[in-house]
Ligand binder design. Structure first.
Ligand code: ADP
Ligand code: MG
Length: 421
């Protein structure tokens, strides 16, 4: 039985006391007297502890009643742990092995206990260090296809789908944060915004850019109103942990029902920013180009593997509300089913590019910045890399209808990396 005492932020001692009373943990880790607990401390919003014993290990993630990166002046509800737990379980079942296994959930303490991923590192760090990961694109492309397809009306029946939509509608606070921080703040003067010195003029230009704001408005409408599938909701290179053979997805606390292209676009936008950041720390030109080529190859692979795996699931797993086999395959109209898929993929591609572009704006002009740029020690150089990324993001937002595929996007990135500023 879980202890129902009132919520308190835990420390190593109180965490050990709580978890030490949970049989599912003493079974995995042995008696609490032999545990070592430390706080990782690099989370944006939450506390993350690593619990190790001679027998095993676990991670315990606890929500705080405020946003950790800002402090107590930004209150946040503890409920987000509840949604993260439900998302971990669902996304983990949709692509088995790709998320950490959940060992326990203690709602009164907003506490999730899960598999300790080791020796995994956060993908952002790996991208700064220039590590090549041969299977990354395949892993993430398949994860996206499986999670996005299996959470959608193509795979789910009415009763489960509506109940789940209602459950995740409760995660409104975190959706509201995304609505403001991603879709609005970068394009207005907000006290939350931060920019690298030297980019103030670029920020002012974005605020004055009518076409860009029209595109942002259309993307915000897609984000807020298009409940296509259960999304991770914060699928960037800080939500992926890697080794050279494994890639894992963590931290789905922003999960909600939204447009498929949002998760794909967040990832591609972050890969593009990692691409533009490389010249900030790789002085050797040939080494820089080689690693940038690898990043673009990952981005292309993510899309093509996503599309291929989605098409495979389309053929074999379309048993939900929108399956409609009775209109197509059952009466010999396979071509009709293929046309529906083609139309869908075109829409997802457009959304993906738009969301990638807006992600590139909000990470440069908004509140939450990324390690890939922050790791560039020289501010002038960082501003230059960010300016190129902004220019690319703008094209992605405005030309989402005309860019025909991932190779064109890669060609655009190469042009943007070299053009005079
Ligand atoms: P937040 O939501 O506060 O940003 P994250 O879920 O991103 O928290 O976790 C913060 C950090 O804790 C991650 O960057 C990673 O270093 C570490 N971490 C989180 N979950 C795990 C895990 N299951 N195994 C190993 N490390 C983890
Ligand atoms: Mg988080």
């Amino acid at each position: 039985m879980l202890d129902k005492s009132p919520y308190e932020p835990l420390n190593a001692a109180t965490l050990t006391r709580r978890l030490g009373g949970m049989p599912e943990l003493t079974r995995r880790l042995g008696p609490a007297a032999h545990w070592q607990v430390r706080e990782v401390g690099d989370g944006n919003l939450n506390l993350v502890f690593i619990v190790e014993s001679p027998k095993g290990a676990a991670v315990a993630k606890q929500a705080l009643p405020y946003a950790r990166c800002v402090g107590e002046s930004w209150p946040m509800s503890l409920e987000r742990a509840f949604f993260e737990y439900h998302a971990l379980v669902r996304l983990g079942a949709r692509d088995p092995g790709r998320l950490p296994e959940v060992y326990a959930f203690d709602q009164s303490q907003a506490l999730i206990v899960m598999e300790y991923l080791a020796p995994h590192v956060i993908l952002r760090k790996s991208l700064v260090e220039g590590v090549v990961l041969p299977e990354l694109g395949g892993h993430l492309g398949r994860y996206l296809a499986r999670s996005l397809f299996r959470g959608s009306d193509f795979a789910m029946d009415t009763a489960h789908r509506k109940a789940d939509l209602a459950l995740f509608a409760g995660n409104g606070e975190l959706c509201g944060i995304s609505e403001d921080l991603i879709f609005t703040d970068p394009f207005r003067a907000s006290p939350r915004n931060r920019v690298t010195a030297g980019l103030e003029g670029d920020a002012a230009a974005a605020r004055a850019d009518r076409d860009l704001k029209v595109a942002a408005a259309a993307l915000k409408r897609r984000f807020a109103t298009s409940a296509e599938t259960l999304l991770h909701g914060d699928f960037h290179t800080g939500s992926v942990m890697v080794t050279d053979r494994d890639s894992r997805v963590i931290d789905p606390e922003f999960a909600f029902y939204g447009p498929m292209g949002f998760d794909i676009g967040s990832l591609l936008g972050n890969l593009m920013m990692a691409f533009f950041a490389q010249s900030g720390y790789r002085a050797d030109h040939a080494a820089c180009i080689a690693y940038q080529d690898w990043i673009l190859d990952v981005a292309e692979t993510v899309w093509w593997v996503f599309a291929a795996e989605f098409a495979r699931l389309w053929k074999s797993g379309r048993n939900g509300i929108l399956g409609l086999r009775e209109l197509f395959e059952d009466v010999g109209h396979e071509i009709g089913a293929r046309s529906v898929l083609t139309d869908l993929m075109e829409e997802v591609w457009r959304d993906t590019l738009g969301f990638a572009g807006i992600e590139m704006h909000r990470r440069i002009l908004g509140l939450a910045h990324i390690l890939e740029f922050e790791a560039i020690a020289n501010e002038g150089l960082r501003a230059e890399c960010e300016r190129r990324a902004l220019a690319m993001g703008r094209v992605l937002m405005l030309r989402a209808r005309t860019l025909r595929g991932p190779r064109e996007v890669s060609a655009l990135a190469r042009t943007m990396a070299e053009r005079p500023l």
